[in-house]
Ligand binder design. Structure first.
Ligand SMILES: Cc1cc2nc3c(=O)[nH]c(=O)nc-3n(C[C@H](O)[C@H](O)[C@H](O)COP(=O)(O)OP(=O)(O)OC[C@H]3O[C@@H](n4cnc5c(N)ncnc54)[C@H](O)[C@@H]3O)c2cc1C
Length: 471
């Protein structure tokens, strides 16, 4: 439904081609449009099985530099055509789907490395760069981003910022907000801005955070500077079993509060431990812990980590489980295989709470999802001194793709309600997209006013990713 006065039909993109000065800057080909009509939000699998495509853009723009991004946005604002940034479409919540049609702005031609600065340990890269390709290039120089989402090879650097992503080593290195030094972006009217860039700054609010997590609703990120690290000289990994969820979560809390900083800290409940250990008869919850750095440091940190685990009834069962997981940590096949089947239902829901509330959230969310699933799996990762994220995976099967679609819709309604009622945050790192859109206002509480005024001021015509972030 077009309630906001956007132009959605009979848009003449020739004016845009002329403004940009390149006839192939925008494509209206059916295939290209189809390729930008489905992201990785699992409900898309049910749509695909039914050959449904509810969120098609009118056209797909592929700017080659920030000047072209600026020209596209400036044209779109005047023409009242929505623009929704598209990285690699790995969003699992419908973030880059075009609710009001218009232009899907594919950033992947912005893929140059601008600078690798080994004195200040920064890499500056265009925002459409594939994260995995960047990481491989850096590793060949003995460097790393230490940002390792499971989607490393399926996502862009700009997408990481826009979704406030986090990676598997975040308990030590932080999320993308900690790793991002600064960026360049283009605002809705085509104005170019450069934000941040120094180790720290006390010149007003930290403006990086206006666009980090803004899900394409406040600007198009075109270039990003991230911190660099030397590759760790030595890594030590261990696998520890626990008698129950409570003892493992308590050990995680004590580890974080003690000031230790394992680069790997993940704890799986019994149901997910069987998948994580690739052993259907595995009989206890399991934790993977890892220390890295100089050998003496990693060895002694690991002794302290294992001491805390042992004090909480953890049993060290060797390194094999954690090492095998590290090798297949980008594998998503458990979920992909379910989604390939007719009627397959699989979801991933990540939230966070303080230590005092996380067990209640785990109980509430897993209970709420059980009626929809053959299996409900849970793990705790991304730990902080004050809390932790909980990631729940649901695997199930409906009778038909149509039934699966209804089930997906129901799952998000029930899950979002259970999460908010348990006092947890709506999303820890996937963002809100369409899956959580109707709960954003409630989740932000009175700070909604701050966000909605910001949106009106920065994007007064509302052309950037309309229909998202609660609007
Ligand atoms: C198998 C799998 C595993 C995953 N694992 C993780 C994980 O470990 N950690 C994690 O955080 N996420 C994970 N995700 C989610 C997803 O990969 C992230 O949200 C990622 O950051 C999205 O990047 P993208 O480039 O694909 O962006 P897209 O999916 O294309 O877009 C996501 C959102 O960002 C906006 N956007 C994209 N680029 C820009 C830009 N340059 N400027 C402004 N807005 C922009 C879009 O409009 C959209 O709202 C996973 C997804 C999959 C499929």
């Amino acid at each position: 439904m077009n309630t906001v006065g956007f132009r959605q039909a009979n848009i003449n993109f020739d004016d845009l081609r002329e403004a940009v000065g390149r006839s192939d800057c925008i494509s209206e080909s059916t295939k290209v449009i189809k390729d930008h009509s489905h992201d990785w939000w699992p409900i898309n699998s049910a749509w695909r099985h039914q050959e449904k495509s509810p969120f098609e853009p009118n056209a797909v723009a592929t700017p080659k530099n920030s000047e072209e991004v600026a020209k596209i946005l400036s044209w779109a604002q005047k023409a009242k055509v929505p623009v929704t940034p598209w990285g690699l479409g790995s969003s699992v919540v419908g973030g880059p789907l075009t609710v009001h049609g218009g232009i899907s702005l594919d950033t992947t031609k912005l893929d140059r490395i601008i600078d690798i600065d080994t004195e200040n340990m920064h890499v500056t890269v265009e925002a459409g760069k594939n994260g995995g390709i960047l990481e491989d290039q850096l590793q060949s120089l003995g460097l790393t981003l230490n940002h390792s989402p499971q989607s490393l090879y399926r996502s862009t650097v700009g997408g990481w910022l826009a979704t406030r992503a986090t990676g598997q080593f975040s308990s030590r290195y932080g999320g993308i907000e900690d790793l991002c030094v600064g960026f360049k972006a283009v605002l809705a009217d085509g104005t170019k801005v450069t934000v941040g860039g120094s180790p720290r700054m006390a010149v007003g609010p930290d403006l990086r955070h206006i666009l980090i997590g803004s899900e394409g609703c406040l600007g198009v990120i075109t270039e990003v500077t991230l911190r660099l690290f030397p590759l760790a000289e030595f890594r030590k990994l261990q696998t520890v079993t626990f008698p129950d969820v409570t003892s493992g979560v308590t050990a995680m809390r004590q580890i974080m509060v003690s000031g230790l900083s394992p680069f790997l800290l993940r704890f799986y409940d019994l149901a997910e431990a069987r998948h994580a250990m690739k052993d259907a008869s595995f009989s206890s919850p399991v934790m993977f812990v890892g220390s890295e750095g100089a050998k003496n440091f990693a060895d002694s940190e690991m002794s302290e980590l294992l001491k805390i685990c042992n004090e909480n009834s953890g049993v060290d069962v060797g390194s094999d489980g954690a090492e095998a997981w590290m090798k297949r940590r980008f594998d998503f096949s458990t979920i992909e295989n379910v989604l390939k089947t007719h009627g397959g239902v699989a979801e991933t829901i990540e939230v966070a709470n303080n230590w005092s509330g996380i067990s209640g959230t785990y109980d509430a969310l897993t209970k709420a999802l059980r009626p929809f699933a053959d299996e409900v799996l849970g793990h705790f990762s991304h730990a902080y001194t004050d809390g932790v994220s909980l990631y729940v995976i649901l695997l199930g099967q409906a009778e038909s793709p149509k039934d699966a679609e209804l089930q997906f819709e129901q799952i998000w309604k029930v899950a979002n309600r259970a999460v908010l009622d348990s006092g947890a945050v709506l999303s820890h790192h996937h963002g809100t997209g369409l899956a959580r859109n109707e709960h954003v206002h409630e989740a932000l509480g009175s700070s909604w006013e701050l966000y909605s005024r910001l949106k009106k001021a920065i994007d007064p015509s509302g052309i950037l990713n309309p229909g998202k972030l609660g609007l």
